[in-house]
Structures are given as structure tokens and as C-alpha cells.
Design a protein around this ligand. Structure first.
Ligand SMILES: Nc1ncnc2c1ncn2[C@@H]1O[C@H](COP(=O)(O)OP(=O)(O)O)[C@@H](O)[C@H]1O
Ligand SMILES: [Mg+2]
Length: 414
């Protein structure tokens, strides 16, 4: 690397001729030029601070994204140069705490409304924090694209749902229509008997039965419509910070009687010290309840139900595992579809709702299954920013701030 070459040359600088030193300067200048060109042509804003939080480098993009005073590179802290109060406050708090924060979003007014995503990363060299890198991305368009995609996706799923509803209501409607015809015939027959003075209650009993069937079918229709509305209604999540282990404990207590009655042994593997997550208690409970009920239904002769929680990087996960019948390969891709069911009296909306609830929480759900062995559903939920800890960060953004070295020798991260 160029940098190494220069370092090596500097070591033996006393032995170099004036011409060689001149060449070296030209090379170094070219190298700096190249790096500057790269920095200036980036579509992202870059700010670099030393360990005293003084600005040592800013590219054009950063200046364009957030109004900032860079005319004089002095020792005053970065936040005092930033005009936007919220961004300044955020940078002050983050830099002072030494935390690593990714993708914090800010709305800024710069002629037009812009959505910025700001990350603060410690610069680490040789296991020592040598400053901070602030990375600014304009995500206005990305967000717009995502929203459009989501709308299209929602529309598509609405179409499948509507098609499902149409299909579902056909049967009860058909049955109602048949029974009304039967009622008409029974009424006519009864009228004939009445005319001949031979009316009996048998014909009326028959009518009662038909009316009972019609009522049942209307009930079914009502259920379909109510379930449908439940599945498509926009959810107004009431997100609050909470402990998912507590929620699972409550749910399992609630289900305990039913599960032990079905010879199902419950096994909880809840990781201690999970970060608090943001979720809607009612909805998340509903989602887990659906998974537990499905698991129980897959173990008609009893079995073992395991609910496990854990954390990996910036996600927490909840797994619901059963030792039941499993899901045949060809059904795996269909189980989240509305109205897909293999049960005689299933609604086929359980997993559709689970999917929707998890998506609304910015989470994901996946399934693994083996026929005859069992099934496991795993939900992952994002850990809120504040709960993320500073993770060892080295390598990717090795600091190259020569300036800092001389001014801050011997100082650690503050
Ligand atoms: N734990 C499980 N084990 C085996 N099959 C499952 C499990 N969970 C879901 N399924 C399959 O997915 C289908 C859809 O589930 P769901 O949407 O909850 O509707 P429903 O329970 O009303 O059938 C079920 O009918 C079943 O075939
Ligand atoms: Mg179900």
C-alpha cells in the first residue's frame, strides 16, 4: 500500500536524496488527492472527529446534508458547529457517551423535506479509539420507494384476501339458498294440506330445521366477515417497551391447563437479560397464542412444546417448537396464505394474522419443519437502538487521521 511505502521511506529519510524526497512528496500529494476525490464524490456525508470531538474532516456531501460551519477547523466540539439543534444534541450525547449508533433518522428542512440517516462509529486503530466517524445518508427516496413497495404489497395481499373471502362465502350462501328453496317447498306442501283441512305439525318441524340451518350459515358468514376485517384492518399498534420473557410466561400460564390436558409438556428456555423490546402486548400475545395453538393441534397424541428466546446481534428471537406432525414440503409455502388450512374446522387465518402482526413490528417470521418430527416457528424482532451496546468495532474504518495522533497522543476514548 502507498501508505506503507511512505512510512517506510520516512524511516530512512536521512539517506534519501533531495530528489527522492521530492518524489515522495509528489506521491503523497497524489495519494491525498485521490482520497479527497473519493471522499468528495461519495453520495454520503462523512465527518471525522478526533477524540476531543473536534472536527478534523468533512466532505462536501456532509456540508450539503447538514448546515455546518467548517470554515475554521478549530478545537471547538463538532456539535457547536452544527446548526440543526436536534442533530447537534444527538451528536453531543452520542460522542460524549462513546456509543456506536446506527441509522438514527432525522427530518431536516433544506429547501425540501429530507430524511437523513446518521450513524456514529468509533474509529479504532490498534485497539484504541482514535476518534469518531459520522456517516450521513439521505434516505428520503429509499423510504419513499419502500412505502410504495409496501402499499403494492398490501394491495396484492388484499386481493388474495378478497378472493379468499369470495370463495369462503360461496358455500354458506349456496347452502342458504338451497334451504330457502326447501322452506318454500315445505310451506307450499303445508298450504296444500291446510286447504284440505289436513295440516299437521310435521311440516312445521321440517321448517324449523331449515331455519336452524340458515341461521348457522349466517353465523358462519358473519365469522368470515369478522375474521376478514380483523386480518385486513390496519393495526394501530400501541408500542411499549417490555420484556418478552414476561409476556411468554403469562401466555404459558394461561395455556397451561389446556396443554397439560392434551398431554403436552411445556419447556421454556428463556434467555435472561434480554434487552427490552418495543411491542404491542395484545397483538404479540395474540400472535404467540396462534403459534402455540397450532403447535398443540399438531400434537393430537401429546408431545413437547418448547418456547425459546434469545438474542443475536441487533435482533431478539422467539421460537415456538413442537414435536408434532410436521408440515409437508409442498405446504410450507402456503401456510401463511389467507384461508389455507388442513383442518376440518380451521379458519386458515391464524398464520396470516401472525405474519401481519410480526411485519407491523418490523420483525420477521420463518418456519422449519420435518414431517413426523415437528415444526419450529421463529420470530425475530429488532432490538431498539438505545438497547444496542457498543460492539467491538475494528478494521472496516481504520482511522487515518494523522492530525489526531500528534494532538491527542496517549489519550484514550473519552
Ligand atoms: N405447528 C404446526 N405443525 C403442523 N402444521 C402446522 C403448524 N402450524 C400451522 N400448520 C399448518 O398450517 C395451516 C394454517 O395454519 P393457520 O393459518 O393457523 O390456520 P388454521 O390453524 O385455522 O388451520 C394449518 O392448517 C396446518 O396445516
Ligand atoms: Mg391456526
Amino acid at each position: 500500500m502507498m501508505k506503507d511505502f511512505i512510512k517506510r521511506s520516512i524511516k530512512k529519510i536521512s539517506k534519501l536524496t533531495g530528489e527522492q524526497i521530492e518524489d515522495l512528496f509528489i506521491d503523497a500529494a497524489e495519494e491525498i488527492d485521490r482520497l479527497e476525490t473519493v471522499l468528495e464524490s461519495l453520495g454520503e456525508g462523512i465527518l471525522v472527529c478526533d477524540t476531543k470531538h473536534s472536527l478534523v474532516l468533512a466532505n462536501k456531501c456532509a456540508e450539503r446534508f447538514i448546515p455546518i460551519t467548517v470554515s475554521t477547523l478549530g478545537s471547538d466540539p463538532l456539535w457547536s458547529r452544527i446548526w440543526d439543534e436536534r442533530i447537534a444534541d444527538f451528536l453531543e450525547a452520542t460522542l460524549k457517551s462513546g456509543d456506536r449508533v446506527e441509522d438514527r433518522e432525522f427530518n431536516v428542512e433544506a429547501g425540501i423535506q429530507r430524511l437523513l440517516s446518521i450513524s456514529v462509529l468509533p474509529l479504532v486503530r490498534e485497539h484504541r479509539v482514535t476518534g469518531s466517524l459520522i456517516y450521513i445518508e439521505d434516505i428520503t427516496e429509499k423510504r419513499g420507494r419502500e412505502a410504495r413497495l409496501r402499499r403494492a404489497e398490501n394491495l396484492a395481499s388484499l386481493t388474495t384476501l378478497a378472493a379468499g373471502v369470495a370463495h369462503e362465502i360461496k358455500n354458506p350462501l349456496g347452502s342458504i339458498s338451497i334451504h330457502i328453496q326447501l322452506m318454500q317447498k315445505a310451506l307450499e306442501a303445508n298450504r296444500g294440506l291446510m286447504a284440505r283441512g289436513a295440516a299437521n305439525t310435521e311440516g312445521l318441524d321440517q321448517l324449523d330445521k331449515y331455519i336452524a340451518v340458515v341461521n348457522e350459515e349466517i353465523d358462519r358468514l358473519n365469522h368470515i366477515v369478522v375474521d376478514f376485517l380483523f386480518a385486513v384492518r390496519p393495526m394501530n399498534l400501541d408500542l411499549r417497551e417490555g420484556n418478552i420473557n414476561v409476556l411468554i410466561g403469562e401466555l404459558m400460564e394461561f395455556m397451561g391447563f389446556e396443554l397439560s390436558g392434551a398431554s403436552i409438556v411445556c419447556n421454556l428456555e428463556l434467555e435472561e437479560g434480554l434487552p427490552l423490546l418495543k411491542f404491542d402486548e395484545r397483538y404479540l400475545k395474540q400472535a404467540l397464542l396462534n403459534l402455540v395453538k397450532n403447535a398443540a393441534a399438531a400434537m393430537p397424541g401429546g408431545g413437547k412444546l418448547t418456547v425459546k428466546t434469545g438474542r443475536k446481534d441487533n435482533e431478539a428471537f422467539i421460537s415456538v417448537m413442537d414435536t408434532g406432525l410436521g408440515i409437508p414440503e409442498e405446504n410450507l409455502s402456503k401456510i401463511f396464505e389467507p384461508y389455507f388450512t388442513t383442518k376440518a374446522t380451521g379458519s386458515g387465518l391464524g398464520l396470516t394474522l401472525v405474519f401481519k402482526i410480526i411485519r407491523e413490528h418490523q420483525g420477521e417470521i420463518s418456519v422449519k419443519s420435518r414431517e413426523g418430527e415437528g415444526t419450529s416457528f421463529t420470530i425475530s424482532l429488532p432490538v431498539p437502538q438505545r438497547e444496542r451496546r457498543l460492539i467491538g468495532f475494528e478494521g472496516d474504518f481504520e482511522g487515518d487521521i494523522e492530525k489526531e495522533k500528534s494532538s491527542d497522543r496517549g489519550e484514550g476514548a473519552s
